[in-house]
Ligand binder design. Structure first.
Ligand SMILES: Nc1ncnc2c1ncn2[C@@H]1O[C@H](COP(=O)(O)OP(=O)(O)O)[C@@H](O)[C@H]1O
Ligand SMILES: [Mg+2]
Length: 249
């Protein structure tokens, strides 16, 4: 089983929108996929039409009595499962930190489900703090969405430098989201080959698109809203690029 997390300490950069589509696209290709909504704001849960009652208590996730597939629910889509979130998930970091070796416990939690799922996609909360290092060390890949504006790039660089200082930046790739081709700064950012704070930048990027905002209104992944819109085509290209990277590791 492979694990990928969409992560940036900044909110509103597209982690949830992209995680939901990535998980949906993997599932639509036949991979049994678990989308783990780790954010107490529960936006991914909302888009996939889950609610508070679907969300397990954080202590159940951390305890070894249940495997993630027992705590997950199905979705409206074949092969796509959701570990739903609610405010209860805000206790996850604390509960995990109580275990003797949080990193090993998290690896075990993920392993408990490796026969059930081919892929786990984690939608991270913005303020993952101490937990981020534990999660990143236990998974295969971290995708950092960011807007291609100078200040957003700078704040992501600071975060990436920190991950580098603790030896965790190797798993990270940067992804430009909300790209507006009318803005010269955006055009430059997507066409240059420069890494973002020394982590490689994906070739794919996601344009600014009203369709992405519609996901939270119709509560559906982008390819269900439209398969042919520019943003949906970009999302599929992104899915292909990331999955090639994950499976080549
Ligand atoms: N490429 C995009 N184009 C237009 N709106 C976007 C795009 N990506 C995300 N959004 C919108 O920006 C807001 C924040 O996105 P979200 O995925 O919730 O970010 P995060 O999970 O990082 O907080 C949402 O309203 C979402 O619909
Ligand atoms: Mg989010």
């Amino acid at each position: 089983m492979k694990t990928v997390m969409f992560y940036n300490q900044k909110g509103g950069v597209g982690k949830t929108s992209i995680a939901v589509n990535f998980a949906y696209l993997a599932a639509s290709e036949g991979f049994r996929t678990l989308l783990w909504d780790l954010d107490p704001q529960a936006s991914a849960t909302f888009i996939l039409r889950g609610d508070d009652n679907d969300a397990p208590k954080a202590s159940k996730i951390v305890s070894e009595e249940y495997s993630l597939d027992e705590l997950a629910i199905g979705s409206n889509y074949p092969n796509l499962f959701l570990l739903a979130s609610s405010l209860k998930m805000r206790l996850f970091a604390e509960k995990l930190a109580e275990s003797k070796n949080p990193r090993r416990r998290l690896s075990r939690i993920l392993d408990s489900t490796k026969d059930e799922f081919d892929l786990t996609v984690i939608d991270a909360p913005p303020n993952l703090t101490d937990l981020s290092e534990t999660v990143i060390s236990a998974i295969d890949m971290v995708v950092v969405p960011l807007q291609p504006s100078p200040l957003a790039i700078r704040s992501s660089q600071v975060m990436i430098e920190h991950l580098e200082s603790i030896g965790l930046s190797d798993k990270c790739v940067a992804l430009y989201n909300m790209v507006d081709q009318r803005r010269i700064g955006h055009r430059l950012a997507i066409t240059n080959e420069e890494p973002v704070g020394r982590i490689p930048k994906l070739r794919s990027y996601i344009p600014y698109s009203a369709d992405i905002e519609k996901m939270a209104i119709s509560r559906e992944p982008l390819p269900v809203i439209s398969l042919t819109s520019k943003s949906s085509v970009a999302m599929k290209g992104l899915y292909n690029e990331i999955s090639n990277l994950i499976y080549s590791r």
